[in-house]
Ligand binder design. Structure first.
Ligand code: ADP
Ligand code: MG
Length: 159
């Protein structure tokens, strides 16, 4: 299936949060978003903003830097937020339950390259790139294929 893509600018962390909420409102069980970009690019900011907008109970959304995954109950069902930077093996992915979660939950995954061959083909990719001249600006490229993701990203290429 052919890929679809757009690249847009996120001018501030407020605008990034608003974009995350617009995406979140359209997510449902089985959607996996792969969040790419260097340290400080805004992967956690995106995930936190998305999760907070869907939480059943107001709770903190810490970075899963050390726990690898944090799970939440949301109005759209279970959400898994993963940061795989410290992942050590494919076995650990199984052990965490992440493969099953990608079938049944909404999954937001930072450092998805760590999944290697376990990377889900049906997932959409959001790649964040810092701006070398403006610390509050990010470039975001979304890449996906399929009608389900078409519906998620429809109208989100611009504000
Ligand atoms: N436009 C923007 N979008 C996202 N984050 C931004 C933006 N401008 C500044 N920031 C800041 O950049 C940092 C991104 O950190 P974080 O989300 O933890 O990055 P990552 O998870 O990619 O390492 C946050 O402190 C956030 O406030
Ligand atoms: Mg992070």
């Amino acid at each position: 299936m052919a890929n679809s893509t757009f690249t847009r600018t996120l001018n501030s962390e407020t605008q990034s949060a608003a974009f995350a909420r617009r995406v979140a409102a359209r997510l449902s069980s089985g959607h996996t978003l792969l969040l790419e970009g260097p340290v400080g690019a805004g992967k956690t900011h995106f995930a936190r903003s998305a999760i907070k907008s869907l939480l059943l109970d107001d709770e903190d959304v810490p970075s899963p830097t050390f726990t690898l995954v944090q799970t939440y109950d949301s109005t759209a069902g279970p959400i898994w937020h993963a940061d795989l930077y410290r992942l050590t093996s494919d076995y650990e992915v199984e052990e965490l339950g992440l493969m099953d979660a990608m079938e049944d939950a909404i999954c937001l995954i930072e450092w998805p390259d760590r999944l290697g061959s376990l990377m889900p083909a049906e997932a959409a990719v959001l790649a964040f790139t810092p701006d070398p001249y403006d610390e509050n600006k990010r470039s975001l490229t979304a890449t996906w294929s399929g009608a389900t993701w078409d519906a998620v990203f429809k109208g989100l290429a611009h504000d």
